[in-house]
Design a protein around this ligand. Structure first.
Ligand SMILES: [Zn+2]
Length: 386
């Protein structure tokens, strides 16, 4: 009897240790898909893409990185260029958010996603769509433009964001002193109480076209990234009958959880398709159910207009990090540093590190969760489209 008990305990300890070691090994393997700077992320992506047999095109951004390095958006095609179904996976639309997307792209390739493609389906991976923001640890591009506010009709008069204009000295102040922060906090709080949280959110992040040094600036003409996306669409997507875009983002939602965000109305075919493919995690910005507000200048809305004869499903795959209040405060400080403080300012390192961690937590568990969920969504998508 005693001897049986002894062996049961030993067996339990053995299983516990084995599963602990396996989990640790799995996490260690996954962590290697992720990188800590743009140059390493790019190298991993290119090396893995070449091993997976991609044809790669690198588009050079006219600007340089923080160490004077050249910057590129890399496009890797897996499968036939004539494929009718194309799954587009994008990282780094919002620069610093690219660490998560890059990790997922590299991981998918290392784990053999391309072997699951049928002859009629291809995967187009776009790495670092906004390489300047990725390399400089910024959410915005070289012109301080938020890429997802730039896809508007630039021949029309620019949209007005009166809420932003009223709050601009609190959203993007010239000073981040203690006094300035307190004043901004109460002004924003009062605006939210008077007008509601949705209006406050739109005033801050809905996009503004009046202040080139402000936050969430949409730009007054097509940016390099916008033109790059136009080139990619013409070169790689015109033959497609079905296009699915998963644009990977971070910074909105619960820590390590994902949401699939659409900018389409609930009655549209795209919304219904997305619900069928990905289930309850699909949310549209139209009905206020999403962690994101509705963005008229987003890339997701522009793409279906570019391909009226194809079935287009364009979504963001968004992973949560810290609270949106802390994310906003990190962006506000970094915006001040970029336009006023300068990169040699005493507070520069702390501000940059806070911004990085707001979009890319230094936590193996977060990265592991992001990877597992990202891989699942991509595999689900392939299952439905081919
Ligand atoms: Zn984003």
């Amino acid at each position: 009897m005693h001897s049986n008990f002894f062996w049961i305990i030993i067996t339990m300890i053995f299983f516990f240790c084995t599963s602990y070691t396996n989990d640790k090994q799995k996490t260690n393997k996954v962590i290697k898909y992720f990188s800590n700077d743009y140059t390493k992320a790019r190298k991993k992506f290119i090396d893995t893409s070449l091993m997976a047999g991609a044809s790669i095109k690198s588009l050079k951004n006219p600007n340089k990185g923080p160490n004077n390095e050249a910057l590129y958006t890399d496009i890797a095609l897996f499968g036939s260029k004539d494929a009718k179904n194309v799954l587009v996976l994008i990282s780094g639309t919002h620069g610093v958010e690219g660490f998560a997307g890059s990790g997922i792209q590299t991981g998918l390739l290392q784990e053999g996603i391309t072997s699951k493609l049928t002859h009629d389906t291809s995967i187009l991976m776009i790495h670092a769509l906004n390489p300047y923001g990725f390399a400089h640890i910024r959410r915005f591009d070289e012109d301080n433009v938020d890429p997802n506010r730039n896809f508007i009709d630039h021949s029309e008069s620019l949209p007005k964001n009166t809420g932003y204009e009223y709050l601009s000295d609190s959203i993007a102040p010239n000073s981040i002193s203690f006094f300035s922060n307190i004043k901004s906090f109460f002004k924003l709080l009062w605006y939210g109480v008077k007008n509601g949280q949705t209006k406050l959110k739109f005033a801050i992040s809905g996009g503004q076209y009046s202040d080139p040094k402000g936050l969430f600036y949409g730009g007054r003409s097509k940016t390099w990234m916008n033109q790059t996306m136009g080139y990619i669409s013409e070169k790689y997507l015109v033959q497609a009958e079905r296009v699915v875009v998963l644009d990977i983002h971070t910074g909105l939602g619960h820590y390590g959880e994902y949401e699939i965000i659409l900018n389409e109305k609930e009655e549209t075919a795209a919304y219904k398709r997305a619900k069928k493919w990905w289930g309850d995690k699909v949310k549209t910005t139209f009905s206020n159910e999403s962690v994101s507000i509705h963005l008229p200048g987003s890339f997701k809305l522009a793409l279906p207009r570019m391909f009226p004869n194809a079935e287009v499903t364009a979504v963001s795959l968004e992973f949560g990090t810290i609270s949106s209040m802390r994310v906003f405060w990190a962006l506000r400080s970094e915006n001040w540093l970029y336009h006023h403080g300068g990169r040699n300012h005493l507070k520069a390192e702390k501000i940059k590190s806070k911004l990085l961690r707001a979009f890319y937590p230094d936590d193996p568990k977060w990265k592991f969760k992001v990877w597992i969920q990202g891989q699942k969504i991509v595999e689900q998508t392939l299952m439905h489209i081919q």
